[in-house]
Design a protein. Sequence first.
Length: 544
Amino acid sequence: MIENEGGACAVVRDRESRLHGEGGQGIDTSSKTEKQSMDLDSKADFAWVLSVQRKLYQWSKANPKEPYRELWNWVTDIRNLRCAWNRVASNKGKRTPGIDGMTVGRITRDIGVKTFLENLQRELKDGAFRPSPSRRKLIPKLGKPGKFRSLGIPTVKDRVVQSAIKQVLEPLLEARFENVSYGFRPGRGCHGALEHIRMAMRPMKISKEDGMRREMPYQWVIEGDIQGCFDNINHHLLMERVRMHSADRKMNQLLVRFLKAGILSEKMFLRTDVGTPQGGICSPLLANIALGIIEERYERWVNHRSKLREHRTCDGIKAAMESRSSDRRAGRTVFFPIRYADDFVILVSGSKEAAERERLVLETMLKNEMGLTLSPEKTKITALTEGFQFLGHRVRMYWDERYGWTPRIEIPKEKVADLKYKVKQLTGRSTTQWSLAQLLQKLNPILRGWANFYHYCTGAKKILANLDWYVRDRIWRWLRKKFPKANVHSILKNRSSSRTRPKWKVWQTERLEQYQMSWLKVMRYRRGWMKPASFIMIPGEPDA
């Protein structure tokens, strides 16, 4: 037995015995307790931020024309900063450093989250905080060789502050953004925008003679394309629109500093006199504020709330629907916009000449009020019977012999060709050094993502089945290249009954099998699936 200074410690069979009276000594519960307390703190912080957001949303809904004046104390509250940190730390880009080289993990390890946030709060309240320039990263554009998309990567500190601003500013704006805007908004996506277009194009009037839908509500579409939207927004004009919603001087000054922070590209500082850098947390929100002028121009047909009367019982959206119907019956031109970030279309009920005039007016308005320019090549006017491309889908009016004019959302042939090209590149002779498991690891995420994106389209089942056959054939050809001396039976050993559908034979390994796109259920997207932000749902209401 070996005694220590503490007394009753002994070594028996090369193991240290427990001290008397300390039966639970080997179980360290401090880390578990600390983790539980951190989880409780984060839940309390989230509940507090949610209560503030609900207050802001309800106030903004009740006062749509007034700016909110006191936001700074909420932005700099330590609970708001902790929530902002949690959002940044849980993001995929947490390992991506800014110009200071700091990542979320390095801050946690070297500084400590508590110290970091307390120092940041002190800087904000003292007015000493200054945003750092963003680190520029050029990302190649798919299908456009030689063209790049500029991405600005802020520092982790700037990301936390921008997230704190967004958490306070977003509820104010969500109460005022129109229902035809879909990009970069909580609970909304491109499928909701496409379904909104399809429902707007759907003919409602049925012929009494044969029961066919022969009259289209819209005949033309203006396809809008803004040249470098994020890079060319005028800061002064943008901040004028921000001040319509926020009258807090300190927060508005901080937003201006973020806009003017600049970009560091290959050790060269570039000033940002215009534009909001892509990659910033606040950039999508600011872009939606700027491009909200498009919906405001068509307020009569989108959300008719400027002529509210005491005797009117319906809301602005229903009043706008009645305005569209009455104007169409009277022979007046009707414009109905749908926007996803900087991509938008305007459905036109009227003549092509009226659509041409509106395109010129829209071009002038965007130039004067936001400093933005419409692309003359890509901004075009198309008949709905010919169809147009929007958010990677083809939208057109189709004559159905059973029902008449029917709107359809289809998979473009170019997108099918692009997927086949990707599969062909992965199954070429240059990849034969991979194993079949490695090939399936590369292919399956591409196939799964493509199928989930397009399985709401009309006729998707047939296209997905054809692509499954193509992928199956490409894997067969790849295996023949990989094993040129093998006979057919030895290669076909890799093709056996699926684990999920035993009647189907697929290429597979011990753990992986080829993803079958045609097994995904094809259906029409429902806008009711869009979940509103948590601060919109008020406790006690049916949707909460």
